[in-house]
Design a protein around this ligand. Structure first.
Ligand code: ZN
Length: 242
């Protein structure tokens, strides 16, 4: 069975719509969402609704938490704070109710799914290096752990002897007996110098993973963000994916 894994939509409706179209073309039977439906972008309500309607497993990210008022935004940087203030004023009670149904983590077959990291998911840790990945491998028992949060598509592979390597490839080939932490990248705000929306198709029979990159109308999204008076930096970064 082919499944799609998407994360970090961040209120970017144009990116999400095109990704959902691409998922349909790929023939994925299920879609799992790994968190951050809102924050940064200008269509939080529309994105929460689409994700609720289309996704099977739905997880919360730190921006969703903050938007629901469950967490202070003291640790957010200035841009994230400004966009979160905006998001909180625009988020409808209906969207908050939909987000309240999202989970912190989930298990699907041999996959452990979480927004940030398997260690204390509510602490929103980043897994960016082999050193950081090491401890997290001990905190889930499945073969695969899928995460979002950093917006950087990359995966860590641990061989049966415990040696970990990090990869930045458009496809992941599964090796029997190995375990994996896979960051699936971001739909709505990629940060790996490729502005196209990013998500993952996983084949549960072969255990192969493919990163998909999807074009969308970035100019349209940017125009809407300008009209909403969101911070310039958040608008400009979409064009370069950084
Ligand atoms: Zn995010």
């Amino acid at each position: 069975m082919k499944i799609a894994l998407i994360s970090d939509v961040h209120g970017n409706l144009e990116a999400l719509e095109n990704v959902l179209r691409d998922i349909e073309k790929q023939g994925a039977e299920k879609i799992h969402f790994l968190g951050d439906a809102v924050g940064y972008g200008c269509n939080p309500n529309e994105c929460v609704k689409l994700i609720s309607n289309h996704c099977d497993i739905k997880l919360l990210g730190n921006h969703d938490f903050a938007a629901m008022g469950l967490e202070s935004i003291e640790n957010f940087n200035q841009m994230a704070k400004a966009s979160m203030d905006w998001t909180q004023t625009k988020l409808k009670p209906k969207s908050v109710r939909l987000l309240a149904d999202f989970d912190m983590d989930a298990v699907f077959l041999d996959y452990y799914l979480v927004h940030s990291s398997p260690t204390e998911p509510e602490k929103w840790r980043y897994i960016l290096s082999i050193d950081q990945a090491e401890d997290h491998f001990e905190k889930f028992s499945q073969t695969f752990c899928f995460v979002g949060h950093s917006h950087s598509p990359t995966y860590f592979e641990k061989d049966p002897e415990g040696y970990i390597t990090q990869h930045f490839k458009p496809e992941m080939e599964y090796n029997r007996g190995y375990r994996y932490i896979i960051n699936i990248g971001s739909v709505g705000q990629p940060r790996d110098n490729d502005p196209r929306a990013c998500y993952v198709i996983a084949d549960t029979d072969t255990n192969s993973i493919i990163y998909r990159r999807v074009e969308y109308d970035i100019n349209k999204t940017q125009d809407k963000m300008r009209k909403a008076k969101l911070p310039d930096f958040l608008i400009e970064r979409l064009a370069v994916g950084a």
